[in-house]
Structures are given as C-alpha cells and as structure tokens.
Design a protein around this ligand. Structure first.
Ligand SMILES: N[C@@H](CCC(=O)N[C@@H](CS)C(=O)NCC(=O)O)C(=O)O
Length: 224
C-alpha cells in the first residue's frame, strides 16, 4: 500500500503514526505542499481535492484521513479499532468531534492561516478576525476536551486503550507546536498528549514538522 503524504501535514501524520505504531507497512511518497505539487494536474488527478493524505491499496484509492484510518484499522484487525458496536461508535464519535470541531477552528482557523502562505487571509483585518474567532472557539473546545471528554482518570480518549481517535486527536492538538501553543491551562489534555508523545515512533514521524516548527520559532504568532 502507498501513502501520498507530507511530513508537515497534520492529517498525513495521523495515518503515519497509526501505521508505524500498529506495524502497517506503507510505501511513502512525498507530495510537496510547499512547492504546490498538490495543486498540479498530476496530483489533482489522484485527489481532486488537492489534499494529502491519499492511500492506494492496489487499484483502490482512498482520501480523508478518518476513512483511511478506519480502512487500515479493519484491514489489519487492529485492537485500536474495537469491533464491539458501542465501543466502535465511541471511537467514531471522538474522531468526528476532532475532525469537525478542533480541526476546523484550530487547524484551518489558527494554525494554517499563520503557517501556510496560501491560507493567509487577504487583508490584515480579515486575518486578525479569523485568528480571534479561531482562538476563542479552540479554547472552548479544549475546555470540553479537558474537563469532559478526557477528564482526570483516562489514559486515552476512549478509556485506557489507545484507539484510532487518539492517533487523530493527538496530531490535531500537537500541531499547535508550530505557532508556539501551550496547553498548561488544560492539564488532562497535557497528560494525554504526554502518553501519545511517549509512543516509540513519535520522534521519527515528527522529525519533519519539528524542523518546520524550529524554522518558525522567531516569528510571532497568535497562539494559545
Ligand atoms: N479532510 C481531509 C483534510 C486533509 C488536509 O487538510 N490536508 C492538508 C494538510 S494537513 C493539505 O493537504 N493541505 C494543502 C493545502 O491546504 O493547500 C482529511 O481529513 O484528510
């Protein structure tokens, strides 16, 4: 199986972390987001959304990191994708929560407009308004995540076993490193992120994005 990806892409790292942690062998092909390779006809014919990641399994092609995780989870019979109907529904619930709440307001509303030039809004006023909105919404989501979804006892999002939702959620929170975010106000989130960052393959998968973060460290950002 092949994964089209980029190391600075949050949604690519979600799939990479799962695959490496669960021993799923993938061929990795970089699509260079910084030179706009993903916008060129060759990649647009692979994914008309012009986004990574894309998985290819023979002649079967799949986009959307959430769908890719579920496909791989079932394909390899991963314990991170429980088969019990209600346990699986909880994992889906958490994945949808991250993808439709945090990723929209934090990723597309705060991190990307400040780190990818083509996501910067067309005027200073629109940019400032976008970031302010994104920050307020993100803080509210983090409060829910900290107080209600994780709480003081659980090691992982759906209990004490890692699931697909953790691989997705940890990247969607971890990308805040690019703009210098601190999660000190959210101790349960910090504790859970610590569990995820202790995974064996975390440093290797994050080499590229850590380098990108280091290159941005002297810039000033609207952060948490
Ligand atoms: N809904 C997609 C979103 C994928 C996505 O946001 N990909 C970003 C990188 S993290 C991308 O390819 N961005 C290119 C761009 O914005 O031009 C998924 O979940 O896979």
């Amino acid at each position: 199986m092949k994964l089209y990806y980029h190391p600075a892409s949050t949604t690519s790292r979600i799939v990479q972390m799962f695959a490496m942690d669960q021993g799923v062998d993938l061929d990795y092909q970089v699509v260079d987001l910084f030179t706009g390779e993903h916008l060129q006809p060759a990649f647009a014919s692979i994914n008309p959304n012009c986004l990574v990641p894309v998985l290819e399994d023979g002649d079967f092609r799949l986009t959307e990191c959430s769908a890719i995780l579920k496909y791989l989870g079932d394909k390899v019979g991963s314990p991170a994708y429980p088969k019990d109907l209600k346990e699986r529904a909880r994992v889906h619930e958490m994945m949808d929560w991250f993808n439709s709440n945090i990723y929209k307001d934090f990723g597309y509303g705060m991190v990307y407009p400040q780190t990818f030039p083509h996501h910067k809004r067309p005027s200073d006023a629109v940019q400032a308004g976008t970031l302010e909105w994104g920050k307020q919404k993100t803080q509210a989501w983090l409060r829910v995540l900290n107080d209600s979804l994780i709480g003081p006892d659980k090691e992982f999002l759906c209990g004490n076993q890692i699931t697909l939702a953790d691989y997705m959620g940890a990247e969607m929170i971890g990308m805040g490193a690019l703009i210098g975010c601190s999660y000190e106000a959210y101790p349960n989130v910090q504790r859970w992120m610590g569990n995820m960052m202790a995974l064996e393959h975390w440093p290797k998968v994050h080499e590229g994005v850590d380098g990108f973060a280091a290159s941005l460290k002297d810039k000033s950002f609207v952060a948490l």
